[in-house]
Design a protein around this ligand. Structure first.
Ligand code: NAP
Ligand code: G4F
Length: 338
């Protein structure tokens, strides 16, 4: 039985990846940090469904003794490093801690692997945000021109992973993942901000949503599809770096428009702008990935595209707030414009 350690287990991707590995009969240990309230909502079902094969352990990516203890005790075959301060906008407000967490964490784990067992395979959650100002389409050969402290931190962690692969002969690989979303996406990322607030508009709890720049374009896929690629990256004969993307991009405005259309509302009546809170000091204008290498070598391809993703997320948030799509469409007839 293979054993996998996942950092960032309480996050969106951690939960989908754990589900995938458990279905493949892995034993999975998730590392999580202590928080003042329980934040295991995305993984609670896994403790119940896989009592023998799934567990979590307290640790912190900044505390290398905790990393050493967990890896030494658990002896995983594979480590998936998904833990990070992952919000680009917030990284402008907390640049030092973002850089510290997102780069030192990778060093801490790779150094530990080097000391304990060089056969442990390592996956680093790299990001399309690293391409920054480089125009699309972006692939593995595109320049990194990061536009945020988050982007800079991920470039450093990317190169750290390559360095340990080349200099220490470790199986250390990067997945350069473009934006991926799901009903489990954090509420302060733009897609989930849209889909979680639409039911509130329908129930007249709020009458508008404020955004920053809605002309930026992103290549949005589904997290459930992307964790398949993550797993495949560690199953290759040789460690390498792969772009994971759908190859299509849409503006934030397109996303808003499509989601409001699903419930029968005109987006223009409910959108306002708050440049102080949501406009970023510098922006990544357009991301569109070329995943030809992954499609060919990993034999991976995304199943969920833009419109299905919008529908999946809207329906999930309606359900979470007690509404069916039919009920939502009826309510939309009585919601007045702003
Ligand atoms: P997420 O939902 O924000 O989850 C991040 C996880 O990291 C959470 O479990 C968080 O724990 C944990 N974490 C943060 N700092 C930590 C620390 N010091 N010690 C231990 N754990 C810590 O992010 P995601 O969307 O699942 O993304 C997973 C990874 O992929 C991240 O590294 C992200 O940067 C990267 N990535 C994401 C995307 C995307 O579009 N989703 C694209 C490219 C790359 P708490 O619950 O305690 O906060
Ligand atoms: O949803 P976002 O916050 O995602 P962003 O910045 O693209 O970052 C995500 O994808 C990266 C991969 O490229 C990951 F590495 C990273 O961890 C994260 O998962 O913002 C998307 C776009 C941006 O251009 C942002 O400026 O939406 C724009 N936006 C406009 N109004 C907003 C808002 N973003 C947020 N979060 N909130 C707004 O009100």
């Amino acid at each position: 039985m293979k054993k996998a350690l996942i950092t960032g287990i309480t996050g969106q991707d951690g939960s989908y990846l754990a589900e995938l590995l458990l279905k493949k009969n892995y034993k999975v240990l998730g590392m999580m940090r202590r928080s003042s309230i329980f934040n295991t909502i995305r993984i609670d079902h896994l403790y119940k469904s896989y009592p023998k094969n799934f567990d979590t352990e307290y640790g912190d990516l900044m505390d290398e003794t905790s990393i050493y203890r967990i890896i030494n005790d658990f002896r995983p075959n594979e480590i998936y490093n998904l833990g990070a301060m992952s919000h680009v906008g917030v990284s402008f407000k907390t640049p030092k801690s973002t850089l510290t967490y997102n780069t030192l964490s990778t060093f801490n784990i790779l150094e530990t692997i080097k000391m304990i067992d060089k056969k442990i395979k390592f996956y680093q959650a790299s990001s399309s945000e690293m391409f920054g100002a480089t125009p699309p389409p972006q692939n593995e050969k595109s320049h990194f021109l990061p536009q945020s402290p988050y982007g800079i931190s991920k470039v450093a962690a990317f190169h750290t992973t390559r360095l340990y692969r080349n200099s220490q002969n470790l199986f250390a690989a990067n997945g350069i993942l473009f934006n991926h979303e799901s009903p489990r996406r954090g509420l302060n990322f733009v897609t989930r901000k849209v889909t979680s607030n639409i039911p509130k508009i329908l129930k007249k709890e709020i009458n508008e949503i404020a955004f920053g720049n809605i002309d930026t374009r992103r290549d949005w896929g589904f997290s459930g599809d992307y964790v398949e690629a993550i797993w495949k990256i560690l199953q290759q004969k040789k460690p390498d770096d792969y772009v994971i993307a759908t190859g299509e991009n849409y503006s934030v405005k397109d996303f808003i428009k499509e989601c409001f259309k699903i419930v029968g509302l005109d987006w223009k009546n409910f959108v306002t702008y708050n440049n102080i809170n949501y406009l970023r000091p510098s922006e990544v204008q357009s991301l569109k990935g070329n995943a030809t290498k992954a499609i060919k070598k990993l034999k991976w391809k995304p199943k969920v595209k833009f419109k299905s993703l919008c529908r999946m997320m809207v329906e999930a948030d309606l359900k979470e707030q007690g509404l069916s799509l039919n009920e939502a469409r009826k309510l939309s007839k009585n919601v007045k414009k702003n």
